[in-house]
Design a protein around this ligand. Structure first.
Ligand code: GDP
Ligand code: MG
Length: 163
């Protein structure tokens, strides 16, 4: 069985861009506005001779109770349930948000292994903005730039290490 990696995070942090990097595909919809990728979206990835499956998700708002947003949250919960490892994506440029804390709280209620990827971190490797995400209690923040392809390989190496 190929390990399944789920990408989770609030809208617009770069999940779909990261999905495209990990799968070398252009299938996920990358939006300049929040919440366009509304369904779970699967892709095949490969790191050396190791194969894996990536699941992209729409934005996650765990406390929302209506309509499309509720459906997105449900899809995300299902993606987390089927995942072997969750990559929780946050935005280095936007900084820590209340929504990030909500998602961290939700992820702690699952028994999943979670890695914290701080995206949009091009040119910010050792910046204090990265260290700030320690506060989420999700382990060492891993800086990546999905758009520039930086840090994605080492993120995948950590993600796939147990498999
Ligand atoms: P999603 O809603 O989490 O799936 O986010 P998207 O992948 O649709 O990206 C949202 C926006 O962030 C788009 O304008 C992307 O081009 C931009 N973006 C994604 N990754 C990066 C990155 O590594 N650096 C920068 N500066 N922008 C990025
Ligand atoms: Mg998306």
């Amino acid at each position: 069985m190929k390990p399944v990696i789920a990408l989770v995070g609030r809208p617009n942090v770069g999940k779909s861009t990261l999905f495209n990097r990990m799968t070398k595909s252009r299938d996920a919809i990358v939006a300049d506005f929040a919440g366009l990728t509304r369904d779970r979206h699967y892709g095949d990835g490969r790191l050396g001779d190791r194969e894996f499956i990536v699941v992209d998700t729409g934005g996650f708002e765990p406390d929302s109770s209506t309509g499309i947003v509720r459906e997105m949250a449900k899809q995300t919960r299902q993606a987390v349930a089927e995942a072997d490892v969750v990559i929780f994506v946050v935005d280095a440029r936007a900084g820590l948000s209340a929504q990030d804390h909500d998602i961290a709280r939700y992820l702690r209620t699952t028994s999943k292994r979670v890695l914290l990827a701080v995206n949009k971190a091009e040119g910010m490797r050792d910046a204090p903005q990265i260290a700030e995400f320690h506060e989420l209690g999700m382990g060492e923040p891993i800086p990546v730039s999905a758009a520039h392809g930086q840090g994605v390989r080492s993120l995948l190496e950590v993600a796939l290490e147990p498999f």
